[in-house]
Design a protein around this ligand. Sequence first.
Ligand code: FAD
Length: 457
Amino acid sequence: MAAKDENGHGWAYNWRETNQNALDSSQGAFFVVFTYAFMDIVVIGAGMAGLHTAWACARRGANVTVIESARGPLQAASYGSGGYIGPDGVRPLVRPLSFAERTWLRCSAAKPTMPLRYSVAERSKHPQFVKRYVDNCTPERARYCQDALTALVQYNARMLDKLVLELDVEDFRTQRVLHLFGPNESLTKTRREQLQHGNVKWLDHRQCRALEPGFTEHAPISGGYHHPLDQTINATYVARQIAGVCQQNGVQFLYGTAVKELIVNDGVVRAVTSEAGLHAADVVVLCHAGGVTETLTTAGIKLQVPMTPLTSCSVSADMGEAPLRVRNGLQDESNSVFISVLDDRLRAVGSPFIGSLSNKELESEYRRIYTVATTLLGNAAQWNQAKYWSHTVWAMPDSLPLVGAVPGARGLYVSAAHGMTGAACTCAAANIIADQIEGKVPAIDLCGAFACDRFAK
Ligand SMILES: Cc1cc2nc3c(=O)[nH]c(=O)nc-3n(C[C@H](O)[C@H](O)[C@H](O)COP(=O)(O)OP(=O)(O)OC[C@H]3O[C@@H](n4cnc5c(N)ncnc54)[C@H](O)[C@@H]3O)c2cc1C
């Protein structure tokens, strides 16, 4: 089996080979697959993961029920995603760090440029996660995680394109993401040298400005680059439209209903229980983010190294009648803030923290994001009326999601721990799970990288 793509990465060949089959076999509109006829599927959670999964199963002909504890869809982490979907520039939170950086990370990492931050107060609360996270920040492990995530994100981009076309969904796509460098000369020099060896082209500050008319006159940009295929979408709006399509096609939604218990007998999933009673199912898909660990425990299934909460903050503002509309997604590398265009709003998102933040820490992070956004794009939106929002996402220490069948319980699947890449992965995850339920080899042959029990080995 060939193992490298043109960038020297290990997974893409597998992906291309199997994915083409999946695309070929699922052309056309709504169709019924025999395996799915008369199959009752319960999906827990109506965030992005749950809605994509519900549609991937319903379009193949299953009877799908979505059970969601909130009063409507997309009320948790999926409410305000930045919508960066790559596929070229998505990076996992684990990075190849030097020995000194890893040692420092074990103690505390409040610096904005670190991929994952945490305050000293949070350190003692997640020791297992921090240890495993740091262990994954070696060049070999980070490369493995990058390759696995890249394959998933590339597949996601293809499946999203197909979905948007098929359902005629509005996605407010931005076709380019500029990765910017600030005036730090030594960092810029290193980056420029690194880029000369890669497949992306260095842009000087004039070229960056020509591509993005929204920059303020004094925006501190020394240069940047963009990956050829990178884009942003309004992922929450896309998922909302999918909820509508699901409803039109007979998917049942039980809102305001929290799942309490998972019932597995003789190694086969049978049902879930909620305040509303018993919901019998042939298949249950756990898409309820942080709730997955607890639900698995109710059936006696333990996750080795449970998911851990991360907090990410955002500041968003209306573009209103601004004379210069922002055209690109923007990643400010020096301060780790990502800015995306969501139809008529801009959303600036900071890199995440392990655990939760005190009010004082939240305020300081909002101020930092606000300063970056207004320094770059001060005239492009009504920042004086900005809205501030933060939410918990859940992640595993290697920052790869949990996708696929749960070992030891036939009929049980999971799509969770999407961390900061849910918009970039949940459509792919849904299709992988739908393929597995159907008994097909999933379109990308990577499921070991996303397996629930990968830390048990
Ligand atoms: C500020 C911010 C910016 C982001 N930007 C990006 C980005 O640019 N690109 C990207 O790819 N990702 C981004 N993300 C991450 C992305 O938003 C998440 O990965 C994604 O929303 C996770 O979706 P989910 O469906 O797994 O979880 P959620 O959206 O959290 O959904 C889980 C649902 O399960 C429900 N639930 C929980 N327990 C139960 C129960 N017992 N019974 C029934 N229902 C239950 C919850 O109410 C919730 O609705 C961002 C996140 C944040 C916070």
